[in-house]
Design a protein. Structure first.
Length: 308
């Protein structure tokens, strides 16, 4: 076979960082990252962005050198992504925080609401129910992180963990403060409103979990290749008939039901921001599907059936 020569340049300065000789044509980008790492130990593979041109998209680990639009002397570009942290660790940190922060307010810690005895318990059963639902949601997320999720990308920049934690932890504290406040007032329509919200909450949680399992099954053999998700025998996955990212649809539904259950303004604002962010993610994923699969179902929408 004809061996390749791979030149790796700095993306910003165009300075040559290394020249790899006699690289096998079936070498993957991951193997090239490892060769580069041997020469520059400070840049471990997860920190490396390797592209075909200075402004191009980062190449995936599984891409093969001879299948790329390059000659036998290939020029690639490197960018340091900075310190990285594994996605499993990211999710464990992000989701453990809200779980325990909520309890600080639910158990009426004196540092939050003061020492007044009438502030030590709530007369409204919905407060207890809200704590159960909130805890259930984040415990489910932690279980999924450990046992269900399979990540196509192994890491994220360490600097982003601070922003993400401020978002999740900060909102958990804000909504918990008001829901567990001694002056909290229950929903306007009483038990009917609460019961409806609980049923909706449980259905959305079950749907979200079902979608995560279905997506995980696409990568059961360890493959990181993008595949088209389709509905399974599980009725909760039938939402795939209409949207590309039903996990986000169910997630938004979960927080809408929690808003209805608690009738709390901070929860409503958190739900709105969740919807905006997840719509952005869903549109990006939907565009990726359309770009990579010519036979992708044309009737699917990103997040809301027939609308958005």
């Amino acid at each position: 076979f004809v061996s390749y020569q791979v030149e790796i340049l700095d993306r910003e300065t165009k300075k040559q960082l290394c020249f790899l000789d006699k690289v096998e044509p079936h070498a993957t980008i991951r193997e090239i990252r490892l060769m580069f790492h041997k020469l520059y130990p400070q840049w471990y593979p997860a920190r490396q962005s390797i592209t075909l041109d200075p402004k191009g998209k980062s190449l995936r680990d599984e891409e093969i050198l001879q299948h790329l639009p390059v000659g036998t002397t290939a020029t690639l570009y490197f960018k340091d992504l900075g310190p990285q942290i594994g996605w499993t660790t990211v999710f464990l940190i992000e989701y453990t925080g809200p779980l325990f922060i909520y309890f600080l307010f639910y158990f009426r810690m004196t540092l939050v609401y003061g020492l007044n005895e009438r502030f030590t318990s709530s007369p409204h059963p919905v407060v207890n129910l809200a704590c159960i639902c909130h805890s259930f949601h984040y415990i489910k997320r932690l279980i999924e992180t450990v046992f269900v999720h399979r990540f196509s990308r192994g890491t994220m920049p360490l600097r982003k963990i601070v922003k993400n934690c401020l978002y999740y932890w900060g909102f958990a504290a804000w909504l918990a403060y008001y829901i567990n406040h001694p002056l909290y007032t229950p929903p306007s329509y009483g038990k009917k409103q609460i019961n409806f919200a609980v049923i909706m909450f449980l259905l959305c949680e079950a749907g979200n979990f079902s979608i995560h399992v279905a997506l995980s099954d696409l990568r059961r053999n360890g493959s990181k290749t993008c595949k088209i998700p389709y509905p399974t025998k599980n009725p909760f996955t039938w939402l795939f008939f209409f949207v590309s990212c039903p996990n986000y649809t169910y997630e938004v539904g979960t927080w809408i039901s929690f808003t209805i259950m608690t009738q709390c303004v901070p929860v409503g604002l958190f739900t709105l921001l969740c919807f905006i962010q997840m719509t952005i993610w869903a549109k990006d994923k939907h565009c990726t599907y359309l770009r990579e699969f010519k036979d992708y179902p044309s009737h699917r929408m990103p997040i809301i059936p027939f609308l958005l």
